[in-house]
Design a protein around this ligand. Structure first.
Ligand code: LLP
Length: 424
């Protein structure tokens, strides 16, 4: 579903599923993230359906949106999870997710992370370096376990995406270089408290073509052949996440077409049929299933520009400031007055605090705006900069709206801090 499939106008009023966004703003205030249950489930189910009848596990990468309600929806639908910290693991468990369907990614797993994951019994560690192999082996030795591992290979594929979110190039910090892969697998196989299970990669994010995924897959299959020839058997291939969404007219392949192309390629390979396939999609599951609802505080004109100053800011949605990212902006009330070109900016004291630039809008001060495609990497990347409480989060389901995260209070901003003792 694109945002426009669940966020539609009726009588010039923008609805989230069947709930007027204006009602959500009145009830929960602004800024508020609003997610569609139907859109999240439809996206996940498209992957699940494409994988039906195959040995495959579609994981959801929690870093995109880690609200407990979102995790629980996907856990109930049968998803696995891709995590990168003990914090994300705690969220999966708190939401009723199954540790046996969790893969643990990340380049810097701490001892505490590894202990927590072993205690929970995660499905697999996606290991990124030789020293990490040694560390997991040592910790598993102390707990009397054999840790299941996969090694992340850096396939040196250009995913053609923003440099900050491209991860499969040689100069990135991620994964193990192709030419060192076999030696790393041999080291892993020699360590007594590890059980080698798979090979994985993740080449980047917001990828809008099928070809880079197939190139990465070919490289994994070629390496898998060499690893098996060295006497190390594998049971799964994990292709990571990275499928892009439509923000501004991009036309990524459908979830179904991407998986169909991957399964076809695997089936055509002599080794391919042996392996279970795993995926770690984040953005393609939740990105277009959320909007950020915000209210215009002021319309401000300068000699060169018009600004709509809104109550959401870069601390709520960092993507524009950080990546120059484009998000659509929809007025919640459609007016027939003339449009003016605005920069939509927040109250934070930085010029980088903008959400959208040069947008034609017919709006008045006090109007509400919906920032589109904010379901992924919105709330999870938010901060308290300028001592701004984090936004509320609401999940809509038909004509019902559930508050799934309270707006932070002012007291919560400094609840962990301490004043000086009297003598200091
Ligand atoms: N697996 C691994 C190992 C990853 O590093 C990532 C994302 C994913 C899966 C999920 O990727 P997705 O399917 O969501 O593309 N903050 C950036 C995106 C950073 C992605 C980092 N890794 C943004 O807002 O565009």
């Amino acid at each position: 579903m694109s945002t426009m499939q669940w966020c539609r106008y009726r009588n010039d009023q923008l609805l989230a599923e069947d709930v007027p966004l204006a009602e959500l703003a009145a009830e929960f205030g602004t800024p508020t993230y609003v997610y569609s249950k139907a859109a999240i489930l439809a996206a996940y189910r498209e992957f699940a359906l494409a994988a039906e009848g195959r040995r495959a596990l579609v994981c959801y990468a929690l870093k995109a949106n880690s609200n407990l309600a979102v995790i629980e929806l996907l856990a109930r639908a049968g998803a696995g999870f891709d995590i990168v910290s003990a914090g994300e693991l705690a969220r999966v468990l708190a939401a009723g997710g199954d540790a046996a369907k969790v893969v643990f990614s990340g380049v810097g797993k701490s001892e505490a992370d590894i202990r927590a994951a072993l205690a929970a019994g995660v499905r697999c560690f996606n290991v990124e370096s030789e020293p990490e192999l040694e560390r997991i082996n040592a910790i598993a030795g102390t707990t009397g376990q054999r840790a299941r591992i996969s090694l992340r290979i850096n396939p040196d594929v250009d995913a053609g995406t923003h440099p900050y979110i491209s991860t499969g190039l040689r100069e990135n910090k991620f994964g193990i270089a192709h030419e060192r892969a076999l030696a790393a697998f041999e080291l892993a196989a020699s360590l007594p408290h590890l059980e080698v299970q798979g090979i994985d990669c993740h080449i980047g994010s917001q990828i809008t073509e099928i070809a880079p995924f197939l190139a990465a897959l070919d490289e994994l299959l070629e390496l898998a052949g060499r690893i098996e020839a060295a006497g190390i058997s594998l049971s799964h291939l994990d292709l990571g996440g990275g499928l892009g969404i439509n923000y501004q007219g991009e036309q990524p392949p459908s979830r179904r077409d991407l998986l169909a192309a991957i399964f076809a390629r695997v089936a055509a390979h002599p080794l391919g049929r042996r392996y279970e396939l795993m995926f770690e999609f984040g953005r393609a599951i939740v990105g277009n299933a959320g909007v950020l609802l915000t209210r215009i505080e002021y319309l401000k004109s300068t000699p060169v520009k018009d600004f709509a100053v809104v109550d959401a800011a870069m601390n709520d949605l960092m993507r524009p400031a950080l990546y120059d990212a484009w998000h659509g902006v929809l007025p919640v009330l459609r007016r027939d007055s003339a449009q003016v070109i605005y920069d939509v900016v927040g109250p934070v004291c930085e010029s980088g605090d903008w959400l959208a630039r040069n947008r034609p809008l017919a709006v008045q001060a006090g109007d509400l705006l919906a920032i589109e495609s904010a379901g992924a990497y919105g709330m999870t990347m938010s901060s308290n900069y300028n001592s701004r409480p984090r936004a509320a989060e609401v999940l809509v389901d038909g004509d019902r709206a559930l508050l799934v995260r309270h707006r932070e209070t002012l007291e919560s901003l400094y609840a962990l801090e301490r004043r000086l003792p009297p003598e200091a």
